[in-house]
Every structure is written in structure tokens, then in C-alpha cells.
Design a protein around this ligand. Structure first.
Ligand SMILES: [Zn+2]
Ligand SMILES: [Zn+2]
Length: 251
């Protein structure tokens, strides 16, 4: 019973912290976006009309996302993982953070493509109801969809000797990146976010919502470039937006 209590306590703490960050960062981004209407990516769509639906669904799916995260940390705490976590030093921390980010990007790319497979798409459709994503869209998923993408945080600690603090840092980075990536406003279009750089800007995932069959990855573009799923106009759009932030979007 004690072990179960620990799990529930970790779960509740992670859920509370994530919800606080979701609203804190969400309203902060809205405050910035309201001062830069010219930065809106999809000029003729107002995804904000779905904000209430997205927030309600996010509060549900975060139960799963935070449950996966809590489960991974708990398994490690119980000693039920293949590897014990490395001692937390700067070197170990940086190495594990980088390894985890790359592993997660691969997990996300292939898991996401799987969810677009017709027999599974019924679990992913909800996320795509946000054609013009907003700061509230990141966690607007069905519970099965959330589990497919976020079970990385449950599985990774079993196979990877990642210290819990580094896993939390990875999750925090994914949260910040994911909410900005769905914000619908572009501030990061420049030469560091287009070919040959593997980095991406907000336009990358925004195009996934607008055009559906492209840009499946999360942090980087190289899986999409390798597999031919990068949107044909991505690099050109980023170039144009970088040079003229209020330019009409390239179609
Ligand atoms: Zn998708
Ligand atoms: Zn999305």
C-alpha cells in the first residue's frame, strides 16, 4: 500500500505542476501573441474559438501523460528497471538529456505515423480537429492518443539509465516546446530552423495541422526529411517568414 501511495503522490504532484505550467505559459503566450497579430500563421482561421474544448480535453489527457511520467519515475524508485539511474553529474546529465531527446523524437515520429494509419486514426482524430492550433492544443488528445505518444516516459526509464531529474527536465522541455509549437504564431523562422539545419520553428507542426500528411516529428526535421514526409514548402515558407514576419503565408 505504501508503494501505491507513493505512486499516487508522484502522479498528483506532476499533474498539478503540469496544469500550472499549461495555464501559466498558455496565458503568457497569448499575452505576447495579442501584441503581434501580424505573426499569426493561418491568417484566416481562428483556432481560439475551440479554446474551451481544447482545455477540457487537455485536462483529461494530462491524467494519462502525467500518469506515464509518474509511472516511469516510480518504477525507477522501486528499482524495477533494467538499469539503475546514473549518478547525477553534469556530464551524465547532459549526455542523458541529449540521448533522451533524440530517442523521444524517433518515438514520436514513428508513433505519430502509426496513429495516422487508418485503423488507429480514430484515436488521433481529436487532435486534428484543431486545424489552426492554439496554445491550448498541445494536450488536446484522446486518452489512447496521449498514451501512444507519452508512454515514452513510462518505458524510457526501464531501458535508459536516465536520472529522474533529467527525465523531468526533458519533460519540461517537451512541454515548453510543445505549447509554443502549437501556438499558431511564428517568432522563430530563420536560417537555423530550415534546411540544412535539423531544427524547426512553429510553422513545422502548424503545417502538420493544416495539411495533415506532413511533418510528423517533434523536435527535429530529420526523420521527415529522411522519410520524405517534410512539407514541400516548409523550407521556403520559413525563409519567407524569416525575412518578412508579416508576409502572407506561402501555400
Ligand atoms: Zn497527426
Ligand atoms: Zn499537434
Amino acid at each position: 500500500m505504501y508503494e501505491l501511495g507513493v505512486f499516487l503522490a508522484i502522479w498528483a504532484a506532476i499533474y498539478a505542476a503540469t496544469v500550472a505550467m499549461y495555464f501559466g505559459q498558455g496565458y503568457f503566450l497569448i499575452w505576447i501573441n495579442n501584441r503581434h497579430p501580424e505573426r499569426r500563421i493561418q491568417k484566416n482561421r481562428h483556432g481560439e474559438d475551440r479554446a474551451r474544448l481544447e482545455i477540457i480535453q487537455s485536462l483529461k489527457s494530462l491524467i494519462v501523460t502525467c500518469g506515464c511520467m509518474a509511472g516511469g519515475i516510480w518504477l525507477q524508485w522501486m528499482g524495477w528497471t533494467i538499469w539503475s539511474p546514473l549518478e547525477l553529474t553534469w556530464l551524465n546529465g547532459v549526455i542523458m538529456f541529449v540521448v533522451s531527446i533524440f530517442l523521444y523524437d524517433a518515438w514520436f515520429y514513428w508513433g505519430h505515423r502509426l496513429m495516422h494509419w487508418r485503423p488507429l486514426y480514430k484515436h488521433h482524430f481529436w487532435h486534428h480537429r484543431s486545424v489552426a492550433p492554439t496554445v491550448w492544443s498541445n494536450y488536446s488528445d484522446t486518452l489512447a492518443d496521449a498514451f501512444a505518444m507519452q508512454s515514452y516516459y513510462l518505458v524510457a526509464p526501464i531501458f535508459l539509465p536516465i536520472p529522474a531529474a533529467v527525465l523531468c527536465l526533458h519533460r519540461l522541455w517537451d512541454h515548453i516546446n510543445g505549447q509554443i509549437g502549437h501556438s499558431g504564431f511564428e517568432y522563430f523562422a530563420d536560417r537555423t530552423t530550415r534546411f540544412p539545419s535539423p531544427m524547426v520553428c512553429v510553422t513545422f507542426h502548424d503545417q502538420h495541422h493544416e495539411h495533415f500528411d506532413y511533418n510528423y516529428a517533434n523536435f527535429f526535421s530529420f526523420w521527415d526529411r529522411l522519410c520524405g514526409t517534410i512539407h514541400p514548402t516548409y523550407d521556403e515558407t520559413v525563409k519567407v517568414r524569416g525575412e518578412n514576419p508579416d508576409h502572407t503565408p506561402v501555400k
